[in-house]
Design a protein around this ligand. Structure first.
Ligand code: ATP
Length: 595
């Protein structure tokens, strides 16, 4: 699933305290943008003062210029007004750039940290977290943060300062008119609280519907082959239409909530202006306040109402940014399960791999994938794992390469527990060749060097020669410089497997862990892959999850894994003589597979 729907409940559960904790932590993380922050605060303060200076100058122009017929004072006011507006404009632009560059810098930092943390995680993390959800963390969650850092922070600062300074200014001009201006405030605050609640709900609803919509879209695209094979296009289109309709409705609801609130605010502003003009006029008549003051009040009312509206709108942005940050921090805090010990031990060049009384359960699984399994792979020998599907063969192979750590028991190489071994050493001694090796966009050479970036040209050619693939690779359209395109789509399935084998040859490990490919290649390519593999295996210990009789027959020891345990172990002949699981399996193979 592309977007995570589970996030919605999480958002709702994120309490005030948690929001505060998350925000405090992000402020600490943003510490290196302190200087830009201080500049921005200064600039915001100047632009707020300029905004408020306008009405004050108008008041001065009316009271000291127009009303007393002083042309000099009036001219001075007009010039000052223009200067203040110009300053406000320039400062506003600079402040926008400064705050945005700090905000974007923070997002960059966060993206790099989260991605780095994802790359360091072990397999168990990727079992727990779906790829789509992780992509959503890096896109949707960072996006909701972006909204806050790009305009939210600036709005927050300026609204807060504007409200504070405006109140101070109004009070200093006339307390009676200030009281009148504030008459509608209780009403306004009640409306704002209601708006916050409604719009938060509406916002979460929209997010949920966006998630469902993306999920329908993603499934429709990823599953298009199956959909077309069974002629389910109409059904898919109907599903997409449905989720779109739901999304449309939730957007509409959210627009209604906002429109209602803006109406209330506007009405409150108009009512206040009317009250100020009415009561203010009467006060002018009585001589308690000047005409300029009344005009300044009417102009300043916007500086009182706008911040309230901005702040309550911002509250939601702040909440969703806190929810996004909470999830991102969750990733930042995840400790890799397969971590290097504090005093890593150097691994010997060769040795036996010993699995000793190992039990292992996948996170969230009800039963153990392996229970109390012991097996020894002598240096330079081959061990084939066979057994029914889901029995635990791949799991055992993965534990032998420390892609996971056992819950109980130990796995060691040359007498060193893999948990205490240096990870660099481990990945050089034991190499896993997956069924489908991943190819990155780039050349064949780039893809081979992923296994050992520091390898020299000579090492690379030697490795290819050793497994007899040099000519095969050089015969590609541009030889080793052939572009494989995304996921190696320009290479054939067989060629992709050859790249995987060549990568392993380059590392030259002591132990090879192989999950034998079950996909069928054409006989010619199959022979080429087999031959390269056979040469790669020479002089190394090999653990192979075997699916072919020919592979099993070439193994020194065969372990039958059944129901999370090793049911039988021995050579082909010994196990056939035992007349148990293996004998049954071998006779099935005899009937179905060529030798
Ligand atoms: P196959 O021949 O089909 O590959 P296998 O013998 O290699 O099967 P494993 O892949 O080791 O079997 O799986 C053993 C058990 O663990 C199965 O029940 C499987 O469903 C479960 N399992 C495998 N991988 C995971 C995972 N990443 N998370 C949770 N459970 C898993």
């Amino acid at each position: 699933m592309w977007a995570d729907r589970g996030g919605i409940e999480e958002d709702q559960k994120l309490g005030r305290t948690q929001t505060r904790v998350v925000l405090m932590r992000s402020i600490r993380m943003a510490g290196e943008f302190r200087r830009q922050g201080a500049w921005a605060l200064l600039l915001v303060t100047i632009s707020v003062i300029c905004t408020l200076a306008g009405p004050v100058l108008v008041r001065h122009g009316i009271d000291s210029g127009i009303r007393v017929g002083d042309a000099g004072a009036l001219n001075f006011t007009v010039v000052m007004y223009l200067v203040v507006v110009a300053i406000a404009y320039v400062i506003g632009r600079i402040q926008y750039v400064v705050l945005n560059s700090a905000g974007e810098g923070f997002l960059r930092l966060l993206r790099i940290r989260v991605f780095g943390q994802m790359q360091r995680q072990s397999m168990a993390f990727f079992d727990r977290e779906k790829a789509g959800v992780l992509v959503a963390r890096m896109t949707a969650d960072i996006e909701s943060m972006a909204e806050l850092v790009q305009w939210g922070l600036m709005q927050f600062l300026s609204s807060f300062l504007l409200l504070f300074f405006a109140l101070f200014l109004l009070l200093s001009m006339s307390w009676q008119l200030t009281l009148i201006s504030l008459l509608v405030f209780p009403f306004l605050i009640a409306a704002s609280v209601k708006f916050q609640r409604d719009s938060n709900k509406a916002y979460l609803e929209v997010r949920e519907k966006v998630g469902a919509n993306l999920s329908a879209l993603q499934e429709g695209i990823a599953g298009v082959r199956v959909i077309q094979a069974y002629a389910r296009e109409d059904e898919q289109i109907r599903r997409f239409e449905e989720s779109n309709r739901a999304l449309f409705r939730s957007h509409l609801h959210s627009i209604k909530v906002t429109t209602w609130y803006f109406g209330v605010i506007e009405f409150a502003g108009i009512a206040s202006s009317a009250l100020i003009i009415g009561i203010g006029g009467w006060l002018v008549h009585r001589g308690s306040v000047s005409l300029g003051t009344v005009v300044a009040f009417v102009l300043l009312l916007a500086s009182l109402f706008d911040p309230v509206q901005q702040l309550s709108q911002l509250y939601n942005t702040l909440q969703s940014a806190a929810a996004a940050l909470h999830k991102l921090f969750g990733i930042l805090d995840a400790q890799p399960d397969v971590a290097e010990s504090d005093n890593p031990i150097t691994l010997p060049v060769s040795g036996d791999v010993v699995v000793d009384a190992v039990t292992f359960t996948y996170a969230g699984a009800h039963r153990s994938a392996l229970s109390d399994v012991s097996v020894t792979l002598k240096a330079g020998t081959r061990l084939a794992l066979v057994g029914p599907t889901g029995a635990g063969k791949s799991t055992l192979a993965k534990l032998m390469a420390r892609l996971y750590d056992p819950e109980v028991g130990t796995v060691s190489f040359g007498g060193v527990d893999l948990r205490s071994a240096s990870l660099d050493d481990l990945r050089r001694r034991i190499v896993v060749i997956p069924q489908e090796g991943f190819l990155f966009d780039g050349t064949v050479r780039d893809n081979l060097l992923i296994a050992k970036p520091e390898a020299t040209e000579e090492e690379l050619i030697n490795a290819l020669n050793k497994i007899g693939l040099r000519e095969r690779f050089e015969s590609l359209p541009d030889g080793l410089e052939t572009q494989v395109r995304e996921r190696g789509s320009r290479l054939s399935a067989g060629e992709r497997q050859l790249v995987a084998l060549a990568r392993a040859a380059l590392v030259d490990p002591a132990v090879l862990v192989l999950d034998e490919a079950t996909s069928n290649l054409d006989p010619g390519t199959e022979m080429l892959v087999e031959a390269a593999l056979e040469r790669l295996m020479v002089g190394r210990s090999v653990i192979v999850v075997a699916h072919r009789l020919s592979t099993v027959q070439r193994a020194d020891v065969i372990a039958v894994v059944a129901d999370s345990r090793i049911a039988e172990m021995g050579s082909h002949d010994e196990l056939v003589a035992l007349n148990g699981h293996y004998a049954l399996l071998a006779s099935t193979w005899n009937k179905t597979q060529p030798h």
